[in-house]
Structure formats: structure tokens, C-alpha cells
Design a protein around this ligand. Structure first.
Ligand code: MTE
Ligand code: MO
Length: 384
């Protein structure tokens, strides 16, 4: 069993698939802390977790064909300044289960917790590329940076993905070769000893157990870059889909969801009020500027309180425009409407480009169930 050496995981996680291991935290845990403890951070593996010996680990960086910079873990840590970035990762399939309710899609049936927020520490990819020979001449032809993982299937195929070169070399892109997560070494499930963290970009490009980096004129030829993680029209089905016709997902759209109360929860009238919690995040470094919450299915709205730190702690200073990599947690407390026997709680977020979420799932339904970001709705019963 190639999965027999997989690490232990926290028993509270909801498992979507055991081999490979895919799991998410219960939603109410997600909004308990601004920085998601690594044990509760969602885990999305396509393959067995590789066991990497940190002493013999080598990262290969090829900027010019045939000219490879090879770095040990120690060299990565000592030759380049360490940076920390707090960034939210979201799987393209987060909230896929809501698309499944409209019409069957292909993929893991994620709830709303295939998203988490961590503080990552490591070297800047930009610094490593410059050390490996990235120069203006290379910029003439280079368009992408490809990443290859050390995890492989039975045929030897490794996980791979790529990002645009501009994101990789930009001072403002904050792309890290991370060896720390939440001030500890990377856990095995999250890519020990090194993963790339591409803030603002879909989870799939944040390659774990990083073995090789290649600057290229082409995107990664991997299955996951070419024939997966792309969006299509609701009218496209598996007989007509042409994966070449759509771009690979990179930056993700605006997203928000309700973490408490849970769908189907009961509130007693004597409580007199209800508190609603959730998260909101947008891709590409766009900052969430507002979250609207409704208790009556979207007829009336109120504005939630946003925070970018744990409850009671001072907020972090605002990020520079285009560098809002981390989610915001939000909260609303409102009196129970006097006559209502049921609440339909709805949330929707707005980012600083005034992008907003679509109100329903059907118009954004796609056969792979990705980019599921409609208004999130939960129903709550009020009992006397
Ligand atoms: N990197 C490797 N090597 N293998 C993988 O299976 N999964 C990707 C990405 N990087 C994956 C990978 C996907 S689809 C996502 S959403 C994120 O890792 C999940 O990262 P996490 O498990 O740390 O949450
Ligand atoms: Mo993913």
C-alpha cells in the first residue's frame, strides 16, 4: 500500500477521500482562529505523501536550459533572506457539493472548508530565480515557471503545475519557497520540506514536496495544468468539453461562506438574537472590503464586521493594494425577527474591484465543479 507511510491526521477532520488523503475541518472550527492551526488546515493530496529525507533533499532550479542550480534545504534557508507571508489557500473545488446539488459534477465533494489561512515562512522565489541566472535576456522568452512535486503515481508521473513568470519574479508577488508553516517546519501533508506558496492563486499551483523549478516558454504539461482546474460553461458536458479552449485557473474569484450557525441548526426564541460567523477572501491580492448578510433569504441586508486577526486582537495593518493575500473573518449579531419560524441566512462579499458573488449556483455550474462561489445560504429553525 503506497499510502501506508502517510502521516497521522487529526480525528475531527471530515474525510472526503482516504487514499489519497483529502479532508477539511468542521466549518465552525475554521472561523475559530484567524490563522488556521496546521492540524485543521484542509489537506488536498492527489497521490501518496512522499517521505523526504531533509539531509539529502535537493531543489533543482533550471532558469536556462541545461543550467541547473541545485540547493540543499540548508542552502535554501541560509543563502536567501527569510520572508513570512500570511496567505489563504483555497482549492478550486471548495464548495463543490453545492454544485452537485444542481447537477452531478466530477470531483471530491468538498463542503465550505477547502480553504484555510496560514503564515508561511521561506525564501522568495524571485530571489532564488535571480540567483539561478534569471536576467533580462531570459525575460525575452520566459513566460511561465513550472513546478514539479516529489509525489508520484505508480507509473512514476509526478504532480506538476505552473504560474505566469510575471507573478514569480514580481517584487509584489510574494511567491515563497516555504519551509515553515505557522512558525514550525512544514508538516508532511503540506509539503515537507519545501512547497511553493503562490498568494492569491488557486491551491493547485501551490506545489508541495517541491523537487524542481523550471523557467519556460510553456505552461506545465501536467494533467492538472492542461486537462483539469479549468472553468467551462454550464452548457459544456463531458462529450463536448475541449480542455484546450479554456485557460488554466490562476487567480480565484471573490468568495465567502457562513461557518456558524450550521445548516439545519435550531435557535430558541429565548436567545432573542443570532450571531452569524464566516470567512471572505478574493484572489489576485484583491481585498475584501465588505460582506453583506441577510436573515431573510436576501430581501434585507446588513453589513458584517470584518476582522483580520483573532477576536479581541488589534487588526493587522492594511495591506498594500494588490497584496491582500489573507482572508477576513466576519461576524453579525442581529435580533431574531419576531414572527419568523425559520431563517434563511445568506452572505455575499465584495472586493476592492467591486467584484461580487453570483446569487445562485446554476448559472456558474460547470462539469468539474470548480469556482463555486455563489451566495452561501444556510437555513436555521427557530423554536419557541
Ligand atoms: N502539490 C503536490 N505535489 N501534490 C498535490 O497533490 N495538490 C494541490 C496543491 N499542491 C497537490 C500539490 C492542490 S489541488 C491544492 S488545493 C493544494 O496543494 C492543497 O494544499 P494543502 O494540502 O496544503 O491544503
Ligand atoms: Mo485543489
Amino acid at each position: 500500500d503506497p499510502y501506508s507511510s502517510d502521516p497521522e491526521r487529526h480525528p475531527v477532520l471530515h474525510i472526503n477521500s482516504l487514499k489519497p488523503f483529502n479532508a477539511e475541518a468542521p466549518p465552525e472550527i475554521l472561523s475559530d482562529s484567524y490563522i488556521t492551526p496546521s492540524a485543521f488546515f484542509f489537506k488536498r493530496n492527489h497521490l501518496p505523501v512522499p517521505q523526504v529525507d531533509p539531509a539529502s533533499y535537493r531543489l533543482h532550479v533550471e532558469v536556462l536550459p541545461g543550467r541547473v542550480l541545485t540547493l540543499s534545504l540548508e542552502e535554501l534557508k541560509t543563502r536567501f533572506p527569510k520572508h513570512t507571508v500570511t496567505a489563504t489557500l483555497q482549492c478550486a473545488g471548495n464548495r463543490r457539493s453545492e454544485m452537485n446539488k444542481v447537477k452531478q459534477v466530477k470531483g471530491l465533494n468538498w463542503g465550505i472548508a477547502a480553504i484555510s489561512n496560514a503564515t508561511w515562512g521561506g525564501a522568495k522565489l524571485r530571489d532564488v530565480l535571480l540567483a539561478a541566472g534569471y536576467e533580462p535576456e531570459v525575460a525575452q522568452w520566459a513566460r511561465h515557471v513550472q513546478f514539479e512535486g516529489l509525489d508520484r503515481d505508480v507509473t512514476g508521473t509526478t504532480y506538476g503545475a505552473s504560474i505566469p513568470i510575471n507573478k514569480a519574479v514580481s517584487e509584489q508577488g510574494d511567491v515563497l519557497l516555504a519551509y515553515e508553516m505557522n512558525c514550525e517546519e512544514l508538516p508532511a501533508d503540506h509539503g515537507f520540506p519545501v512547497r511553493v506558496v503562490v498568494p492569491g492563486t488557486v491551491g493547485a499551483r501551490n506545489v508541495k514536496w517541491l523537487g524542481k523549478i523550471t523557467v519556460s516558454a510553456e505552461e506545465s504539461s501536467s494533467h492538472w495544468q492542461q486537462n483539469d482546474y479549468k472553468g467551462f460553461s454550464p452548457g459544456t458536458d463531458w462529450d463536448t468539453v475541449d480542455f484546450k479552449s479554456a485557460p488554466a485557473i490562476q487567480e480565484l474569484p471573490i468568495q465567502s461562506a457562513i461557518t456558524t450557525p450550521a445548516d439545519g441548526a435550531v435557535i430558541y426564541r429565548s436567545a432573542e438574537q443570532v450571531t452569524v460567523n464566516g470567512y471572505a477572501w478574493s484572489g489576485g491580492g484583491r481585498e475584501v472590503v465588505r460582506v453583506d448578510v441577510s436573515l431573510d433569504g436576501g430581501k434585507t441586508w446588513q453589513v458584517a464586521q470584518l476582522r483580520s486577526s483573532d477576536k479581541g486582537q488589534p487588526d493587522k495593518p492594511s495591506p498594500q493594494p494588490g497584496q491582500a493575500w489573507a482572508w477576513k473573518l466576519w461576524e453579525v449579531t442581529a435580533p431574531l425577527p419576531p414572527e419568523a419560524q425559520e431563517l434563511e441566512i445568506v452572505c455575499k462579499a465584495v472586493d476592492n474591484s467591486y467584484n461580487m458573488q453570483p446569487d445562485t449556483v446554476a448559472p456558474i455550474w460547470n462539469l468539474r465543479g470548480v469556482l463555486s462561489n455563489a451566495w452561501h445560504r444556510v437555513k436555521v429553525e427557530i423554536r419557541e
